[in-house]
Design a protein around this ligand. Structure first.
Ligand SMILES: [Zn+2]
Length: 319
């Protein structure tokens, strides 16, 4: 599937219907909000994004080629609560225009080839059922075959309750896919958007070489109410935010959406030790410490040390 940025923007424009910022309450014209990548220009609130919006913001125009995920049993438990699970799936498909919560594809970002996955909260809360796990597995396989970095943007409520144990098994499946990736020198970057919780945060989303979060993103295994009921302790102020996760070391970088694309490219180039792509894309970096860190990384293969060199360099640059 190839989708032009214009087509995506058109759909975005007609489906968002945003008429006020939920954080500051001020009215922002939809055009202005779209121009600021759905970040409130007044208070910095990062509005939720759907899959098509993410693609239009991150991916080079016309480069997206979707990876199909078919042959997955869609209702293994014949689940029924207030309505049948297949009916919920159908409704989510109709409202989002997506076949499932996880979209996988090959694409380029600023000319750098990547395998990109997007877990969309607007599709049944971005919950991880069997089709999501299979999509993640196939995307990882493509990255290994094509030898391109894996980048995944997450926004998820965790497991998909309608699939019960089959949903929980996806935690193991996605971790196994990453074990395969670890046998190579291919980097894995994750972007945690609001919210990333439960079984997604407790599996692949916390296993990237570099973990990036969007400002204000809520990142936790269980919500404050359940946590307080279980521990009988009050939740500290700010607990579970991207900013607190950064202080604790769970997150490596908190990157505003307006800088996300550029930061991803910088990290991808550094983590690949990218002599070849670096020369073509940003030749002025050849003499920087960052390039030297990347070169050392290439010799030493992929390691945490390379990732640390990459983000240390980014922090030094921003001082
Ligand atoms: Zn605002």
């Amino acid at each position: 599937m190839t989708r032009s940025t214009d087509a995506v923007a058109k759909k975005t424009n007609t489906t968002m219907g945003v008429d006020g910022c939920p954080a500051c309450g001020r009215y922002i014209a939809p055009e202005a909000l779209r121009d600021s990548l759905m970040v409130c220009p007044l208070c910095g609130y990062h509005h939720p994004l759907g899959t098509l919006q993410r693609i239009s913001q991150l991916v080079d125009d016309g480069s997206w080629e979707g990876i199909a995920v078919d042959g997955v049993l869609s209702d293994p438990l014949n689940f029924f609560d207030s309505r049948p699970y297949p009916a919920r799936l159908k409704a989510a498909q109709l409202s989002t225009g997506l076949p499932e919560a996880f979209a996988a594809g090959r694409c380029t970002v600023e000319g750098v080839p990547v395998g990109l996955g997007i877990l969309d909260f607007q599709f049944l809360g971005g919950s991880m059922g069997a089709a999501v796990g299979e999509g993640f597995w196939r995307l990882t396989e493509h990255c290994i075959i094509d030898h391109v970095p894996l980048v995944v943007v997450t926004s998820s409520g965790g497991a998909r309750m309608q699939e019960g144990l089959f949903s929980l098994l996806q935690m193991a499946k996605t971790v196994m896919a990453l074990e395969e990736l670890r046998e190579t020198t291919i980097p894995f970057l994750v972007v945690l958007a609001d919210p990333t919780t439960g079984g997604v945060l407790a599996s692949f989303a916390s296993l990237a070489d570099v973990i990036i979060a969007e400002p204000g993103a809520q990142l936790w295994f269980t919500g404050p109410r359940v946590r307080e009921m279980t521990t009988r302790e009050r939740t500290p102020e700010g607990f579970g935010s991207a900013e607190e996760a950064l202080k604790c070391g769970h997150v490596d970088l908190v990157v505003p959406r307006t800088e996300l694309r550029q930061r991803l490219v910088e990290l991808l180039i550094l983590l690949q030790g990218g002599e070849s792509v670096l020369g073509e894309i940003i030749p002025q970096r050849r003499k920087t410490a960052g390039w030297r860190a990347g070169g050392a990384g290439r010799a030493a293969e992929r390691s945490a040390g390379v990732a640390r060199a990459a983000w240390n360099w980014l922090r030094r640059r921003d001082r």
